[in-house]
Design a binder for this molecule. Structure first.
Ligand code: F6P
Length: 488
């Protein structure tokens, strides 16, 4: 297979700097990285007939240690001998810190992320002033740095897979530099409807659409996000022609196909990881904390769109309405730190911690902790919790897909009931066997938790098995191969 370039903000690895100046390497986190890291099977023989491509992964250096690693690497390609990057060579871009900060924090995470996840509300309203214009210029420069690197490293006719809202301008920039390449852009987030997308300044909104339309194929995780993108092109991009039946957009003399590629999990790999001794050790520790009580689990980045506060409020309401559960249930909430450079995220973390403490104060006794909140990221502990959960709660306000909803049933040992927001992309595949909730409706979510706890074990196991089958139907390698195939 020909060369494939992947471009994403966060790469498959990142570095930290030890006191003696040496660099240690760890695997990058997040849904996008988990999906893409499996692209070449991490050295495993492919079991689905997709040949592993020759991949160069271009990503941003995310901190001082990454920058230092990027500077030490000849031609910017890292020497990752012995480290599992799924077989990809990695090139980290040393983008000036101020440019990176404005592009990543101010534009990508505070503006585009907020628009696509419907997070703006009064009094947190958009405010596009001269400073935001300067941030936008940094976002353009950041995208141009990726386009330059891809244009430089791509073999003739190579395929470039550009990922996510950080890099929405890069496809157009890359096409201008290298018209011979085949380009796909993939959005891992929801896409806002035109009414909400119009919060962006007109020129910014149009530039983002135009940027993505530089690709030959624009991929989304669910039908509704693809449909919203087409609506935005039709209503907000003068000169764009949308063909709904063919699912294409013609703009500036170029045709972009729009496709839906749901992302699932690699069941075999995930179950093998969950069988490792470090997971068993965490399971023993959790079992000691929980005893033989019923277990409700949630696992999220501490992220506004994940709706953790309303989820905890629902648990509190369930305890208030159903005292029969007092002393008989524990809620394990893992809320891992995320994007703490942004004040909204720091405040949100504090709000989650405040509410958790209130619930423990209100209902806890000398012998019962109704809620255990953990904020330190521990992947083996998450796998152990998935395995033990009776109920898994995934209640985002909006989510491109949400892989927690898919991983939980796959790792579950005795079957878990899934309480799932109708606004998660995963609901398109999992709704039939989940208890589906409106994420804003705390009372409905409270009642769903109660019903999930009451579900008879055999019914729960049957539904969980069907959820696991749906979750593994489109493993990451298939998801990625389908995007590349769409370019042929
Ligand atoms: O598309 C969403 C995403 O980019 C995923 O990769 C991941 O779940 C999350 O956002 C990571 O965000 P960040 O890289 O800002 O930590």
């Amino acid at each position: 297979m020909s060369q494939v370039l992947v471009a994403s903000n966060r790469g498959p690895v990142s570095f930290s700097l030890a006191d003696d100046g040496s660099l240690t390497l760890r695997r990058g986190g997040g849904g996008l990285v988990s999906g893409l890291a499996a692209v070449t099977g991490g050295g495993r023989e492919p079991d689905d007939g997709c040949a592993p491509p020759d991949v160069l992964w271009v990503c941003a250096a995310l901190g001082e240690a990454d920058r230092s690693a990027a500077r030490r690497a000849p031609e910017g390609r890292l020497d990752l001998d012995g480290h599992d990057t799924g077989g990809a060579a990695v090139r980290m871009l040393d983008i000036p810190p101020a440019t990176f900060h404005r592009a990543y924090n101010a534009v990508a995470n505070s503006t585009l992320w907020f628009v696509h996840h419907l997070l703006y509300d009064t009094p947190r309203v958009p405010h596009f002033d001269a400073r935001a214009r300067r941030d936008w210029q940094s976002y353009e420069a950041y995208n141009a740095a990726f386009a330059d690197a891809l244009a430089r490293d791509a073999a003739p006719g190579a395929k470039a897979a550009v990922q996510d809202y950080h890099l929405s301008l890069a496809p157009r920039m890359l096409r201008d530099r290298r018209p011979d390449l085949k380009i796909v852009h993939f959005s891992h987030t929801p896409w806002a409807s035109p009414e909400y997308y119009r919060l962006l300044p007109d020129d910014v909104g149009a530039a983002v659409l135009d940027g993505i339309l530089g690709a030959d194929h624009a991929g989304f995780l669910a039908e509704r996000w693809a449909a919203a993108f087409l609506d935005c092109c039709e209503q907000l991009l003068p000169g764009a022609r949308v063909d709904r039946a063919a699912r294409t957009v013609t703009f500036a003399g170029h045709v972009t196909r729009v496709g839906v590629h749901a992302l699932g999990v690699d069941g075999q790999q995930l179950r093998a990881r969950a069988a490792e001794p470090d997971v068993a050790e965490r399971r023993r520790a959790l079992r000691e904390q929980v005893g033989d009580r019923r277990l409700i689990v949630r696992i999220d980045r501490t992220e506004l769109s994940k709706n953790i506060v309303r989820g905890l409020a629902a648990y509190r309401e369930m305890l208030a309405n159903h005292p029969e559960w007092h002393g008989r249930v524990v809620h394990l909430a893992f809320a891992y730190p995320s994007r703490h450079d942004l004040p909204e995220y720091r405040e949100y973390t504090a709000a989650v911690q405040r509410l958790a403490a209130q619930i423990v104060d209100e209902y806890g006794t000398a012998t019962w902790d109704p809620l255990i909140l953990q904020v330190n990221d521990d992947y083996p502990r998450s796998l152990a919790a998935y395995g033990m959960a009776d109920v898994l709660v995934v209640n985002p306000i909006r989510d491109g897909m949400n892989l927690v909803a898919k991983e939980g049933p796959v790792v579950s040992e005795h079957g878990c009931a899934l309480v799932l927001s109708r606004e998660a992309g995963a609901a398109a595949e999992l709704a039939a066997d989940a208890l589906v909730v409106n994420p804003y409706d705390v009372s409905q979510t409270a009642e769903a938790l109660h019903q999930a706890l009451l579900m008879p074990p055999d019914r729960r196991a049957e539904r969980s098995a069907r959820l696991a089958a749906a979750a593994t139907a489109l493993p990451p390698r298939r998801w990625f191969a389908d995007q590349l195939a769409a370019l042929d």
